[in-house]
Design a protein around this ligand. Structure first.
Ligand code: AMP
Length: 450
């Protein structure tokens, strides 16, 4: 297997890679690093957890001139958490490499303080979110004249979140320079948005699969159990070291978190409701192994690197199937195994089918008590029994008929008449229920939901 040593990386950087326990380059690193070291532009499709961050950190640090106190590399990321994480990746290198200054610029950093500092100095590396970076550039505070490298990390997310205009303006301000683009997917609309700014010398499309490949995907039929209860049962069945549990709406996180805590797990909730400071603190504690279960919204699924996640559980299939890839990508990182469980009920097959047809190799389970039982019938082998709901109007009407019949004189054939009258009422409500069920099907698979 090829080692980092053969890649022309300066000795001090090699030393840190070794200290950090990175022995062999991952496929994306193996392709991207040599090309990026030569100053070439790269467009890389690399699944989350594939090692893409080091693919640009190593070339940036190798090409930087520490004696030049000017901005030389710019890393653009879509969200603050990612900026934090990228800085975190840079840190061990910066500790060993003297004279390199890195600054982080996001909506959360102190604008005034930054402006005062930037009017006197420049960092050699800036990591930040598009809006803040562009503000600082437009005001002439961040000076791009000596920039050698611009990185767009999680470019598909930049595009999806509507940051492409800013990203484009940053690339334009940087002028002709090395551009390194990393994206979980390289969809056509992203490629065409980028075409204006990037002429990639290298296109790396190594990881066709969107997650790192070591994730096993499981659809779990919860058989109409309350999903919070089912989540606790699954957690008890699996006893994870660290599990991430995803809800579709952040309001659902609170009740679930309470249930999980009550069941005796050390848990935390991570949603958009946390302040920036709380998010940072929580993320640090999660990394330090403080919690066994993290309940979160999709904020948690976006590019955040938590090593050693045993499994992720989605309480519902996400509304957008791309979210599923981001969620599942939180486990099975860098060669470690992981599992992604998704709860479903009969009636929700369509969303699951979208993922199955896109090639996610789901297997099937049902949750019986605290046991996960393999379900060979899967999605297709099950029949949905039609069980009309009891209509309260029906009960009322039946008692009226009964009362009327009982008040009549008892004549021959009375019993038969009463039976017929009651049957007429029941038949009416059966028809009503069947019509409603047919309507539900016609309107899109709502029957059998939670
Ligand atoms: P990334 O795709 O950059 O988010 O990285 C995913 C994870 O892989 C991080 O936790 C890194 O610490 C780890 N990693 C990156 N490169 C290597 C490597 N060459 N060997 C082992 N682990 C790595």
């Amino acid at each position: 297997m090829q080692s980092f040593k053969g890649l022309n990386i300066p000795a001090d950087i090699l030393g840190v890679l070794e200290e950090e326990g990175f022995e062999n380059p991952s496929p994306v690193q193996l392709s991207v690093i040599p090309s990026a070291l030569r100053g070439e532009s790269v467009m890389a499709q690399s699944p989350t957890g594939s090692g893409k961050t080091l693919s640009y950190i190593v070339p940036i640090l190798s090409r930087i001139d520490p004696s030049l106190p000017r901005l030389q590399a710019l890393v653009v990321v879509p969200i603050r958490e990612l900026a934090r994480q990228v800085v975190f990746f840079f840190e061990p290198f910066l500790k060993k490499m003297e004279g390199i200054r890195l600054q982080e610029y996001t909506g959360n950093t102190d604008r005034e303080e930054e402006a005062a500092w930037l009017s006197k100095y420049q960092p050699q590396i800036a990591v930040g979110t598009p809006g803040r970076l562009l503000d600082l550039i437009n005001e002439g505070l961040l000076k791009l004249k000596d920039v050698k490298t611009v990185v767009l990390d999680e470019a598909d997310m930049l595009l999806d979140m509507g940051f492409f205009e800013e990203a484009g303006a940053i690339l334009e301000a940087a002028g002709p320079t090395q551009v390194l683009v990393f994206s979980a997917t390289l969809k056509e609309h992203l490629k065409s948005a980028l075409a204006k700014y990037v002429r990639a010398d290298l296109r790396y499309e190594g990881g066709k699969e969107k997650t790192a490949g070591e994730v096993r995907h499981h659809l779990v039929d919860v058989r109409h159990q309350d999903r919070n209860v089912a989540a606790v049962r699954l957690l008890k069945a699996k006893r994870p070291y660290l599990a991430l549990v995803f809800v579709n709406k952040k309001e659902e996180a609170g009740p679930l978190y309470t249930k999980i805590k009550e069941a005796g797990f050390s848990a935390v909730s991570y949603t958009g409701d946390l302040s920036e400071r709380e998010r940072r603190r929580t993320m640090r504690l999660i990394r330090e192994g403080e919690y066994q279960v993290v309940v979160g919204s999709d904020l948690l699924s976006r590019g955040i690197d938590l090593p050693d996640v045993d499994f992720v559980l989605s309480l519902d299939l996400p509304s957008d199937s791309d979210f599923y890839y981001h969620r599942a990508g939180r486990t099975g990182r860098f060669g470690k195994d992981g599992d992604s469980y998704v709860f479903y009920d009969l009636g929700e097959e369509e969303k699951a089918k979208v993922l199955l047809e896109a090639g996610v190799p789901f297997d099937f389970f049902t949750l019986k008590g605290e046991n996960l039982v393999s379900d060979p019938k899967g999605l297709t082998g099950k029949k949905r029994r039609f069980k009309p709901e009891v209509d309260s109007d029906q009960g009322r009407e039946l008692s009226i008929v009964k009362a009327r019949m009982n008040s009549k004189e008892v004549k021959p054939g009375y019993k038969k008449k009463k039976k017929l009258a009651l049957e007429k009422v029941r038949a009416k409500y059966r028809r009503k229920a069947i019509k409603a069920a047919v309507r539900r099907n016609a309107y899109g698979k709502k029957s059998g939901g939670k």
